[in-house]
Design a protein around this ligand. Structure first.
Ligand code: SAH
Length: 224
């Protein structure tokens, strides 16, 4: 039954995912979707976006596909796949947004390369993301959040909408299974959005500083 929402040959769709969905809508990816609550509800609310959810743990993946099957969503497909191989299944610039929700924190420092926000993974995301593509990241783990901020800054990405207590922020939010569990246990939820910057944007960000007088006038509010 799962075959209807599970893509068995993702390599064959590289560069051509929109054809699978039979439209030219934006493509959003969730990596490590777990039991799928977030991506199923997100896809239900946004029929004009195509979603692909990746999960390497089959037990969780089966539960996610069952949720999707029940709703018959034409804009959501799942992959039994490891994120390390992302560039084998998505072409350069093919993905518009990546969601990372409650990624495993791998606490020992010697295991940091396994974290899905380690620079080695950011390099993969940088390849497959479109020009100003984004990564949206949520976690209950303060250490992983700080690590992620540092890795993303080191990569030159623009970090936006940082939230240190999502559930008390009034922001619209679709909960994941882990999110519900951890927040019930009293953990705060951290969230950020990172925007990949193309060469032109990076150049503009590095224009030479103004004169001291201009900067002072700006700080006093006398110029725009
Ligand atoms: N997003 C879900 C699950 C979080 S647990 C939720 O919030 O409820 C993290 C999930 O990421 C696990 O299910 C794990 O199997 C998956 N995962 C970790 N590393 C992965 C990788 N390299 N590729 C694919 N999935 C991965």
């Amino acid at each position: 039954n799962c075959a209807l929402v599970l893509v068995a040959d993702p390599e064959n769709h590289k560069g051509n995912w929109r054809a699978l969905f039979k439209n030219s809508n934006p493509l959003h990816l969730e990596i490590g979707c777990g039991k799928g609550r977030f991506i199923v509800e997100t896809a239900r609310r946004n029929p004009d976006i195509n979603y692909v959810a990746i999960e390497r743990e089959q037990g969780a993946l089966v539960m996610a596909t069952e949720k999707a099957m029940a709703l018959e969503l034409p804009n959501l497909q799942f992959l039994d796949f490891d994120a390390a191989g992302l560039t084998e299944i998505f072409a350069d610039g093919e993905v518009d947004r990546i969601y990372l929700n409650f990624s495993d924190p791998w606490p020992p420092n010697r295991q940091r390369k396994r974290r899905l926000t380690h620079a080695n993974f950011l390099a993969l995301y940088d390849c497959i993301l479109s020009k100003n593509g984004q990564v949206h990241f949520k976690t209950d783990n303060q250490h992983l959040f700080e690590f992620t901020l540092e890795e993303m800054c080191g990569y030159g990405w623009l970090i936006q909408n940082i939230c240190l207590d999502l559930h008390n922020s009034g922001l619209d939010n679709i909960m994941t299974e882990y999110e519900e569990k951890f927040s019930k246990e009293g953990f705060r939820i951290y969230r950020l959005e990172a925007c990949r910057r193309d060469e032109d944007t990076l150049k503009r960000a590095h224009t030479p500083p103004r004169t001291a007088e201009q900067l002072a006038r700006k700080a006093r509010g006398s110029v725009a």
